[in-house]
Write a protein that binds this ligand. Sequence first.
Ligand SMILES: [Zn+2]
Ligand SMILES: [Zn+2]
Ligand SMILES: [Zn+2]
Length: 84
Amino acid sequence: MAKCEYCNNDMLKSNGCDTAQIILNDGETYDRIAVGDEYDFYYGMEDETLRCHDCNALMGEYHHAGCDCEICPKCHEQLISCEC
Ligand SMILES: [Zn+2]
Ligand SMILES: [Zn+2]
Ligand SMILES: [Zn+2]
């Protein structure tokens, strides 16, 4: 099963993550980038029923942990592959 390590919900059954902030390696807390937010992979799409193809989060909700579409709020690169 795909459980999110942030919110502990099953990714396929929840509409998004309830964790709004993350702490990066620099020790600072950052506001996460939600599905459809500026810089997000889905930014500019107007379909409100759209879900992230990787973590299943709904438009306007936060991606779940480890989603390959989540963007780093610090460097605006892909979060799972950036150095932050
Ligand atoms: Zn989650
Ligand atoms: Zn996602
Ligand atoms: Zn980064």
